[in-house]
Design a protein around this ligand. Structure first.
Ligand code: SF4
Length: 200
């Protein structure tokens, strides 16, 4: 795997997830880096991911519709081209001749596979594809409370959306310009940055 530390990549894949949820969250995190607290949700998510790794080794790959594959946990990936780096909870390497592919799996405490989570998995796929040369056609969100794997298709539409988001993120960082608030104001109700958004 690529040496993630050696690659110039200003954004983490979790930054992309935040950007898709609300671009301002990433703006505050990058331009006011000292204000973001470590929330209970973040700590609980990290602990749950570690616990899930143990359960995963006993779980059949049928959960992901696979007959065979090699599992690898906590895989670091990075890309200078995309300016993106991350740590994938689990990667399944399918190495059967003629059917090779690489599949990213991300564990979530959430019961809803929101579009920001889907794009996070797709971004891991893109980075793994670039590093390994194997195609990333799909990934999975493993919803821990439901014990269910949700398929994420890494199709042309998803790739276009990813690239458009990455472009906009790099533009925001370069210009240090504050993005518009999310149009879905329900997201603001429990947002940790709400006190900074005087216009919502
Ligand atoms: S309060 Fe709303 S607009 Fe502001 S960062 Fe949070 S979600 Fe985005």
């Amino acid at each position: 795997m690529l040496d993630a530390v050696a690659v110039e990549a200003p954004f983490r894949v979790t930054d992309l997830k935040d950007w898709v949820y609300c671009p301002r969250i990433l703006y505050y995190a990058m331009c006011l880096p000292d204000v973001r607290p470590t929330t209970f949700k973040m700590e609980a998510g990290a602990d749950a991911g570690k616990a899930e790794e143990g359960r995963e080794t006993r779980r059949s790959l049928k959960t992901y519709g696979l007959k065979e594959g090699r599992r690898e946990f906590n895989v670091a990936v990075a890309s200078e081209r995309y300016g993106l780096r991350g740590l994938v909870d689990m990667v399944v390497w399918v190495e059967s001749p003629g059917a090779e592919e690489v599949i990213a799996v991300d564990y979530k405490l959430s019961e809803v596979a929101g579009v920001h989570f889907q794009m996070q998995v797709a971004a891991y796929g893109l980075l793994l594809e670039e590093a390994s040369g194997l195609p990333a056609r799909r990934g999975f969100l493993y919803e821990i409370p439901k014990k269910k794997a949700e398929l994420v298709s890494i199709n042309g539409r998803m790739r276009d959306k990813l690239l458009a988001s990455l472009e906009a993120m790099h533009r925001m960082l370069h210009n240090e310009s504050m993005p518009a608030p999310t149009p879905n104001r329900n997201k603001c109700l429990a947002c940790e940055f709400r006190r900074f958004c005087n216009d919502v």
